[in-house]
Design a protein around this ligand. Structure first.
Ligand code: HSE
Length: 321
């Protein structure tokens, strides 16, 4: 019986999904950028009935749920449910994306689970675009899933009726300078996106909305034209960062320290608590990272930093026949 299945399905697939930093200050739920830091998932059938086997290496090793409760397996099961596919599967996960730090780990898990299931089906009745849309629907906002899949800096919209089945992502990859470098400083505490979103108000003053509309337009233009001196002004935000402050110990001091150390601009990475700084690739990344760490430390928070490049191509799928 398992042989029959294997005739119609691929035996083994590997999926690599990059980390993402979203919002970039004013682009709340709209802007996101893929980074060269990846989670890798390898999925293969086992010749027996039973639960999914999960082997986890790296981030989340100590506390991520195993087996069918694992978030990657749960996303995978949306396409290949256990009731219809009782054969056990082996999931090997090599996690490099820190959890709960604003680097798109949940988007990577959801997208990775769905894409690996679709790839095992050889994409029959499981178009890639539908998997991406489903991952966005699970997330509730498109700004991590879209750049994780397409790479680079993307603007994305979750279009259509609110809550309606016809919603779909509309996206565009934006032009950015080739030598753009990223520093992300990660405090030693986690904040769930859900918790960080609960702090946001249902309504904001018109002047604050205008503040962000002006800055997001400036940010996109400044990156496209290489006018990086404008980023400091362009990355300021009034729509989410001020409301999230109570959960983000050190945020403002770290943003200020990054700019003082020479970053073009800095902001909360996604829903935080990490702080993202934009600079040029090279030794300046380490200098900025160290100053950000010191600022977290002065706020009583231990941290580490990652000097990263932009991932230009997004998710990668390999199929073994
Ligand atoms: N735009 C989302 C937020 C990103 O700020 O809540 C969360 O990953």
């Amino acid at each position: 019986m398992i042989e029959n299945i294997l005739d119609r399905y691929r035996r083994k697939v590997r999926v690599r999904i990059p980390a993402t930093t979203s919002n970039l200050g004013p682009g709340f739920d709209a802007l996101g950028m893929a980074l060269k830091l990846y989670n890798e998932i390898e999925v293969s059938w086992l010749k027996e009935h039973g639960e999914a086997h999960t082997e986890i290496e790296g981030e989340g090793f100590a506390h991520l749920p195993r087996g069918e409760k694992n978030p990657i397996v749960q996303a995978f099961r949306l396409l290949l449910p256990k009731t219809r596919f009782p054969w056990a599967l082996r999931f090997r996960m090599r996690n490099r994306i820190p959890l709960g730090r604003g680097l798109g780990s949940s988007a990577a898990a959801r997208l990775g689970g769905l894409l690996s299931a679709a790839a095992l089906r050889d994409f029959k009745d499981a178009a890639v675009a539908d998997m991406v849309a489903q991952a966005v629907a699970l997330e509730g906002h498109p700004d991590n899933v879209i750049p994780a899949f397409h790479g680079g800096l993307c603007v994305s919209i979750w279009d259509g009726e609110h809550g309606g089945a016809g919603r779909h992502p509309v996206w565009l990859r934006l032009k950015i300078p080739k030598d753009l470098g990223v520093v992300v400083c990660l405090p030693d505490y986690e904040v769930s996106t859900e918790k960080a979103r609960k702090l946001l108000p249902a309504k904001v003053p018109l002047k604050d909305a205008v503040h962000n509309v002006q800055r997001i337009a400036l940010l996109i233009g400044a990156l496209e034209r290489g006018e990086l001196g404008l980023l400091r002004t362009a990355m300021d935000d009034l729509l989410h960062q001020p409301y999230r402050r109570p959960l983000m110990r050190g945020m403002e001091a770290v943003i200020a320290a990054a700019v003082k150390a020479g970053a073009f601009g800095a902001a909360l990475s996604g829903a935080g608590p990490s702080v993202l700084a934009l600079t040029l690739r090279g030794p300046k990344q380490a200098k900025i990272g160290r100053e950000m760490q010191k600022a977290f430390f002065r706020s009583g928070v231990e941290s580490r930093y990652l000097a990263l490049d932009v991932e230009p191509s997004g998710a990668r799928i390999e199929i073994e026949t």
